[in-house]
Design a protein around this ligand. Structure first.
Ligand code: GNR
Ligand code: NI
Length: 171
């Protein structure tokens, strides 16, 4: 296993559209393991391959309190979304220390392949619903700050560019 480098907004590579995984093989299982290790090390609840500059449709999540329920979703597709919407505060490992409100479907169903290449369906609500929609956006090249006003987004961009230039750490 390996910890991978997480791209930071406004890195243009975060806007790459991921391609479907052709086959769930050892290479993909290694990617899943590395994404999980990277996600847990960064104390995130989810991570998309896009964020580590791998442009294939793979995401990992763990929204459990105990941090011992890793989930991998390969080639995830939304099969249902509630009409009901909900606003929740979001953050992103690619946009460190920025939190803001985003409106999303309150619950969703997602079909995907697991680490073994088996198809499964997940019904997500609460934080898991927020997280899976946030991660699937990454696979389309979309970062949550794109839901915010142009003014807020420009302020975030300037702040993070300055931080990168000054070589500031996140903690
Ligand atoms: O760790 C994360 N927390 C989080 C909190 C609220 C809404 C979405 C998220 S996802 C984020 C990890 C991340 O950036 N995944 O892409
Ligand atoms: Ni994110």
């Amino acid at each position: 296993m390996a910890r991978l480098n997480i791209l930071r907004y406004p890195d243009p590579r975060l806007h790459t559209v991921a391609k479907p995984v052709p086959a769930v093989d050892e290479r993909i299982r290694r990617l899943v393991d590395d994404l999980l290790e990277t996600m847990y090390a960064a104390e995130g609840v989810g991570l998309a391959a896009t964020q580590v500059d791998v442009h294939e449709r793979v995401i990992v999540m763990d929204t459990s309190e105990t941090r011992d329920h890793p989930i991998a979703l390969i080639n995830p597709e939304l099969t249902w979304a509630s009409e009901e919407m909900r606003v929740a505060e979001e953050g992103c490992l690619s946009v460190p220390q920025i939190y803001d409100k985003v409106e999303r479907h309150a619950s969703v169903k997602v079909q995907a392949l697991d680490r073994q290449g088996e198809r499964f369906e997940m019904h997500a609500e609460g934080l898991a619903a927020v997280c899976v929609q946030h991660e699937m956006d990454h696979l389309r090249g979309k970062v949550f700050v794109e839901y915010l006003s142009a003014l807020k987004r420009d302020r975030i961009r300037t702040k993070l560019l300055k931080k990168a230039r000054d070589g500031q750490r996140d903690d």
